[in-house]
Design a protein around this ligand. Structure first.
Ligand code: F6P
Length: 535
């Protein structure tokens, strides 16, 4: 395996000055450096990966045991070793008649039963047969959750707005009282369903917001408040302690990681919003990507290829971040969602065996929708001193039939950005432009320098026909498996998240101090800040 790394590094040191554009000279690059499944196409031809690097990267994936690790995940092996858990979010979207036995239970049956419960509840809420304590139909849903219990359903509900024919969904995550206060202020408790979503049902932010929402419901509805509540959790004992009726609790098992959980009960707001059939299409999109990941050769396998592009950029080109830019306003929350998926999974510095990693792992993931980003940070992408690989996403078709002119502009802008990043503008070209504007002498030199674009900046483009439940399911599952491929190559456990724990412990200890108790055992900076904030 180390041999592959060495070969990749040698390739890079030989070729790093070569323009990406020159790679197209051998013809056929666009076809070879793109792959497609079920209408979803990944183009990675605008990267510096050449034929030789491409083949070494594929060998690296093979020799890193990506296929064996993938099969172990789908089989239900306990690959989340530090928590001794299987990793089976894929079972939530499988609709598989073959039993999948985990801890002596056929989990496929459990998944089907839970999906049925969700559908019955969802149909009832949407039709009005499950009504508020006041007897009215629910017009609004407030989902209270954070991290995986918020980002997935919030991102997907927004993405699927054209399919919404159910109640409006609102999402409260932050413990900052401003979030719940501003959300509830605009709503009528008599027509609002509150869903408390927490895998553990212990998360401070969610429990605090749940308490506030419960008081809001009780003030308006008295004893009937429970009628306007539902919960989603793996901890049924804790939900009953909060007084939530068992038939209003949708459970899931610990083999679903928080950031992988929107396919099951955590996706309840999505189902309430778009209905059971469209939700099933969403699951089908995820399942289609699973089949592709399991069966396509690595040469044609989108998650493997996207993962290898990530490895090339992070480890061989040593780019510390990657930008995700959806040219799709409805995917505005995708970058935030991917930040958790990617950075909570692969932001690790030790291997599965607990040894320090010998090369950098997960990059910083960030982004905003295009075209907005163009008028903000794209300056740095084009002319900054750091190279940042960009992952563009764009649909061939829009939902707004009467606004096709907007969509044409969106597509043209997306393509223009990846082209500009790659081709840049030489000093000679810039000088011609500046001379044409009438500059000469010293001014000409200065103006030309400012108008030069280094180019040779890599990007990938993911193209889907239209943002639908099915294509959204494909896209999310693609990114899940991409994270898996990268984690497998780095030798990481991508399914635990110990790095979030220390801050939680320290916050618990600090709470009494910010509430006025004397500050002890803290460093001088923290002490000083506690005093300043308590003043
Ligand atoms: O603190 C991180 C985390 O544990 C995430 O992994 C998780 O998605 C989030 O908190 C919320 O956790 P829960 O669903 O248990 O409230």
């Amino acid at each position: 395996m180390s041999d592959h790394w060495t070969k990749l590094e040698q390739n890079r040191s030989r070729t790093f000055r070569r323009p990406i554009l020159d790679l197209f000279d051998d013809g056929g690059r666009f076809d070879t450096f793109s792959a497609e499944t079920d209408g979803l196409m990944l183009d990675f031809s605008k990267t510096s990966i050449d034929r030789s690097a491409h083949s070494i990267l594929l060998d690296l994936a093979k020799s890193s045991g990506v296929a064996e690790k993938r099969d172990a995940m789908f089989r239900g092996d306990r690959i989340n070793s530090t928590e001794n858990r299987s990793v089976l979010h894929t079972a939530l979207r499988a609709s598989d008649s073959q039993p999948l036995v985990v801890d002596g239970r056929d989990i496929n049956q459990d998944v089907a039963a839970t999906l049925n419960l969700m559908e019955r509840f969802c149909d009832g809420v949407r039709s009005g047969s499950i009504a508020s304590a006041t007897g009215e139909r629910f017009t609004d849903v407030v989902n209270i959750g954070i991290g995986g219990s918020d980002l997935g359903p919030a991102m997907a509900s927004h993405a699927l707005t054209p399919y919404r024919d159910g109640p409006r969904c609102h999402f409260v995550s932050n413990v900052d009282g401003a979030h719940i206060s501003d959300t509830l202020k605009a709503l009528d408790p008599g027509t609002t369903l509150v869903i408390i979503a927490s895998k553990t049902f212990t998360t401070t932010e969610t429990m605090t917001n749940a308490g506030t929402a419960l008081n809001w419901l009780r003030d308006a509805l008295g004893e009937g408040a429970a009628q306007n509540l539902a919960a989603v959790s793996t901890a049924m004992d804790r939900t009953s302690e909060m007084g939530i009726a068992p038939d209003r609790v949708f459970g899931f098992a610990d083999w679903v990681g928080g950031r992988y959980s929107l396919w099951g009960p955590i996706g309840l707001p999505i189902m309430l919003s778009i209905g059971r059939d469209d939700f099933r299409d969403f699951l089908s999109g995820g399942a289609a990507m699973d089949r592709h990941f399991r069966s396509a050769s690595f040469e044609d396998n989108l998650p493997v290829l996207l993962g290898l592009v990530g490895i090339w950029h992070r480890n061989i080109c040593q780019y510390p971040t990657r930008a995700v830019i959806p040219y799709d306003q409805r995917l505005a929350r995708l970058p935030a969602y991917l930040q958790q998926l990617d950075m909570e999974s692969n932001g690790k510095c030790v291997s599965v065996a607990g040894r320090p990693l010998d090369r950098p792992s997960g990059p910083i993931v960030w982004g905003e929708p295009g075209t907005n980003g163009q008028h903000a940070f794209f300056q740095l992408l084009h002319q900054g001193t750091e190279v940042i690989p960009v992952e563009f996403l764009v649909a061939a078709e829009c939902h707004e039939e009467n606004l096709k002119n907007h969509h044409d502009l969106l597509k043209a802008n997306c393509l223009a950005q990846s082209e500009a990043l790659m081709i840049g503008r030489t000093l000679e070209q810039a000088t011609d432009i500046a001379a044409g504007l009438g500059y000469s002498g010293r001014e000409l030199r200065i103006q030309s320098a400012h108008r030069t674009f280094p180019g040779n900046r890599p990007s990938t483009t993911l193209v889907y026909r239209k943002l639908s439940p099915f294509s959204l399911g494909q896209i999310i599952a693609l990114y899940e498996h991409r994270v898996f491929v990268e984690g497998a190559i780095w030798g990481i456990n991508s399914f635990d998240q110990w790095g979030v724990e220390l801050g939680k412990e320290l916050a618990n200890a600090l709470l009494p101090m910010v509430q006025g108790q004397s500050v002890s055992g803290k460093d001088p900076s923290t002490r000083g800040l506690v005093r300043r904030l308590s003043a």
